[in-house]
Design a protein around this ligand. Structure first.
Ligand SMILES: Nc1ncnc2c1ncn2[C@@H]1O[C@H](COP(=O)(O)OP(=O)(O)OP(=O)(O)O)[C@@H](O)[C@H]1O
Ligand SMILES: [Mg+2]
Length: 366
């Protein structure tokens, strides 16, 4: 799939902007703080519905304005899709001019894989980042997952509320258990399956990038005890028993077992990358993960996603840069950089370069 055009009104530092993109490589060149990442952010929000930099959409509205508008045109399966987002007091999303009522309907219109400095958080920070990663990835491939995830979180909130009010008797909260178990089991099953596929794809990629020196493994570490054979029924049964047994802990006010407590572990040569990996190994792990995601999306939906690369070139060594750039055949790519020299000259004929400077209310290209 490709993005053919972007329009912005009062988005971040842009009053008005309209750019047409190249189906292959699009390069945004400019000094710091000129608005390169802002363009990547606008593309991302049109795909995922939220920013990768902030949870407060008001931050994206230009200073002193009340509303921001982004629009992209996407070609997928040879059909044109218009995605519009209006950010104001509320967020309004339109697909082909029709208002989208829930996010499940919206996801899957444009698949993106982003690789930005923020992604190191997946390795370095707490489980929330890793759960976000896995939830976002599965949701954009299988929108059904997003519906279940939303349901689960609603039930979880209600159940936690019930615990707080009725922490003396477990019977009072049992009405939530069945729904919690049903949706939670599905989430775990989806995630297990996804991680299994991701592992298969990530392993050879990571070996290649590291000259066959490193073996990577991604482990789904669940609060629910999972068996080797991983049938949904088995997950449900184990989960049910553990949920019952956790009442003593739950009495403190929240549900302690379930997918909202799960995590991912990344190992290289059987050592945890978060704890023992060098900075470079952590970056390479994310790179392998992102390249694997591209392949996985292609396998699942039969089209390549769009790739957004924000500021990553300066963070990778030459070998890894080349590895990345050489694997982009057939993938529309958006890339930001402060110097054009850092990019592979070989691909020059496929590039469209946008120079981002102070006054970019019209298109800049070469
Ligand atoms: N809501 C907003 N209204 C107006 N300007 C904003 C808003 N949010 C951010 N900016 C401006 O956008 C600019 C930063 O843009 P961006 O993050 O895209 O820079 P960049 O070109 O990616 O820089 P770097 O190379 O440092 O990553 C800053 O000048 C900032 O003040
Ligand atoms: Mg930037």
């Amino acid at each position: 799939m490709t993005i053919t055009e972007l329009k912005l009104i009062n988005f971040r530092n842009y009053s008005k902007l309209k750019i047409e993109f190249n189906p292959k490589m699009n390069i945004f060149v400019g000094d710091n703080a000129k608005g390169k990442t802002n363009i990547i952010e606008a593309l991302y929000i049109c795909a995922i519905g939220k920013s990768f930099r902030t949870t407060n959409h008001l931050e994206m509205i230009k200073d002193d304005k009340d509303e921001a508008y982004t629009k992209i045109e996407v070609i997928r399966n040879n059909r044109k899709v218009d995605i519009e987002i209006l950010l104001g007091k509320r967020k309004e999303i339109k697909i082909n001019k029709n208002i989208v009522k829930n996010k499940g309907e919206f996801l899957g219109n444009l698949n993106v894989v982003i690789f930005a400095p923020e992604d190191l958080k997946i390795i370095k920070e707490g489980p929330v980042e890793r759960r976000n990663f896995i939830d976002n990835e599965i949701s954009q491939i299988y929108p059904r997952y997003y519906y279940i995830w939303k349901q689960y979180n609603k039930i979880l909130m209600q159940r936690n509320k019930a615990i707080k009010i009725n922490s003396k008797k477990r019977e009072n909260i049992e009405i939530w258990d069945e729904q919690l178990l049903n949706t939670g089991t599905l989430l775990i099953a989806y995630r297990k399956k996804f991680i299994k596929k991701l592992n298969l794809i990530t392993k050879p990629i990571h070996r290649r990038i590291t000259d066959e020196k490193e073996n990577i493994e991604i482990i789904y570490s669940s609060s629910v005890q999972l068996e080797e054979k991983n049938e949904t029924k088995q997950i449900y049964e184990n989960y049910k028993i553990q949920l019952k047994n956790s009442w003593k802990e739950e009495k403190r006010g929240f549900t302690v077992i379930g997918p909202h407590r799960d995590d991912l572990i990344f190992n290289i040569n059987e050592k945890n990358v978060k704890k023992y990996g060098s900075q470079g190994q952590q970056r390479t792990t994310v790179l392998s993960l992102k390249l694997a995601e591209i392949k996985l999306i292609k396998e699942e939906i039969e089209e390549y996603p769009v790739l957004l690369l924000d500021d990553v070139m300066s963070e990778l060594d030459k070998k890894r840069q080349n590895h990345l750039l050489e694997n982009l055949e057939g993938i529309q790519t958006f890339i930001t950089t402060t110097t054009i020299d850092s990019l592979n000259k070989k691909q020059e004929k496929n590039n469209k370069i946008f120079y981002i400077s102070e006054d970019i209310s019209k298109e800049y290209e070469k």
